[in-house]
Design a protein. Structure first.
Length: 482
């Protein structure tokens, strides 16, 4: 079975790295002195990065009825083994979803926020929803999984709505709870995507109550962030702003307050709408350079560059493993968090080929596709350096290095990325004695280290190995000549 074999494989491959981490502290809030990052209140910057996959949180996915259970414990082991500390917790609004470009076709999704009591059946053949009765099991699941992630030092962005599915995956048998044919309360958002607008006050009222119920379920937990909706279209801007304000106001009267995010509105959205929003963090599209040469974060928002919105799997494959690795490091040196839309165990022609076939559902594999390992490892290695440097005091300083990828607290600490192989570069330093360390992003190993003393100005640095490279420079007490 997928559950047992995935767990065994994870333990065999990554047992050394999968020791239980300290629980995630928090709650997170924007670091005032360097608003590119969150802090947990300790004064240090907390760097967030990780893999997320479609059925990892609020609902199981599959052709069976009910769908096969997702092995959440194995998934958390997988994240910890790769040194990841963040994932988007997915939700799915449709009971029976047409997966669009996925050749595996229709999937069922369960559970849902409301009880299915009837009388009468919804379009998926099951009892209609009663929007006056929450399904407590749904909210208990969100809470228990957030706690399990917390206990491994992992933060969760709880996705509240699935705008992509409502926009693109509707079908005559989808059982969407807010479609009037599928509930007993005469609440009707219609057959389109009006549920992601403010057109129908009755629909919005039910959504507001649901959001508050989610907040009630997890408010006491530190490792929580929120995301309003995954890829609702440009029509959803006012609705998303409303939901962001709702959470901010509702949590203001509660013991803890958590960051609220807005991700790119596909299709037709703009990054400008994200920056203009009341959200604490945003995920942009691939426009404005975020796919290839991400601009330096300026502190207007905490920026989470997610391949789901900015790179897409076809672009990642065109870039290849080396380009994927470079993208992760480029974002880090430009002050951005990074997420990977990881297909994990989903079998998807040309996109993902997990090893082995689950005997219950051949649409899933038993072990993750190793093709994506360089990208997964890059995120974990970036996090290692984020915790090694004084990130709270460092800002993107493109002009200090000829590579244009440099985080620095000038005169104290510099981190430089060179995406080109066997290419020397220069770093502008203040006068002093520095400790240096060369890190190989491809092997995850420190290649060499030492000290040097320089006068103010440009120092030429020759990379001591082939491939891309990272140079860490920090002030040190002189001990020897270079």
């Amino acid at each position: 079975m997928r559950t047992i074999q995935t767990l065994i494989c994870t333990l065999v491959l990554f047992v050394a790295a999968s020791a239980i981490a300290a629980p995630a502290p928090g709650p997170l809030r924007v670091l005032r002195s360097n608003p590119r990052y969150f802090t947990d209140g300790s004064g240090r910057a907390v760097y967030l990065t990780g893999s997320h996959t479609w059925c990892n949180f609020a609902a199981d996915q599959g052709k069976d009825d009910p769908p096969a259970a997702f092995d959440f414990n194995a998934y958390v082991d997988f994240l910890a083994a790769h040194n990841h500390n963040f994932f988007r917790g997915w939700v799915w609004d449709l009971a029976w979803s047409n997966e669009g470009g996925n050749p595996n076709g229709l999937f069922r999704w369960s559970p849902h926020p409301w009880l299915r009591t009837g009388p009468g059946n919804a379009t998926d053949g099951k009892p209609k929803f009663d929007l006056d009765q929450f399904n407590q099991a749904f909210f208990d699941r969100i809470r228990s999984r957030t706690i399990a992630a917390r206990d491994r030092g992992i933060y969760v962005s709880i996705m509240l709505f699935q705008g992509y599915a409502v926009q693109f995956n509707r079908n005559p048998k989808d059982g969407f709870p807010l479609d009037g044919r599928n509930n007993i309360n005469r609440v009707d958002a219609g057959t389109g995507h009006a549920a992601n607008t403010l057109e129908n006050a009755a629909v919005t009222a039910r959504q507001d109550a649901y959001v508050k119920k989610v907040v009630d379920a997890v408010n006491d937990l530190d490792n929580v962030l929120y995301e309003i909706s995954n890829e609702s279209g440009a029509y959803a801007t006012a609705w998303q702003y409303h939901m962001i304000d709702l959470i901010h106001k509702y949590e203001a009267g509660k013991p803890k307050q958590h960051p609220v995010g807005m991700t790119f509105q596909h299709a037709g959205g703009s990054n400008a709408e994200l920056f203009a929003s009341p959200a604490d963090w945003i995920s942009p599209s691939g426009g404005d350079g975020y796919q290839n040469d991400p601009p330096a974060a300026d502190g207007r928002k905490v920026l989470v560059n997610d391949t789901d919105h900015s790179f897409f799997w076809t672009g990642l494959q065109q870039a290849g493993p080396a380009g994927q690795q470079a993208w992760v490091w480029k974002n880090f040196l430009r002050g951005n968090y990074v997420l990977f839309m990881d297909p994990y165990l989903a079998r998807w022609t040309k996109r993902n080929n997990p090893v082995g076939v689950d005997p219950r559902d051949p649409a899933f594999g038993e072990r993750p596709d190793p093709y994506w390992e360089p990208l997964r490892h890059a995120m974990g290695r970036v996090r290692t350096y984020a915790e090694k440097v004084n990130l709270a005091a460092m800002t993107p300083q493109n002009t200090l290095a000829s590579t244009a990828y440099c985080l620095a607290q000038p005169g104290h600490e510099y981190l430089v990325y060179q995406p080109k192989s066997n290419a020397a570069f220069t770093v502008h330093l203040e006068a002093g004695t520095y400790h240096y360390e060369w890190f190989n992003p491809s092997t995850g190993a420190v290649a060499s280290s030492g000290e040097f003393t320089v006068s103010a100005g440009a120092k030429t640095c020759a990379v001591p190995f082939a491939g891309d490279a990272v140079l860490h420079i920090v002030t040190a007490t002189p001990t020897s000549s270079p």
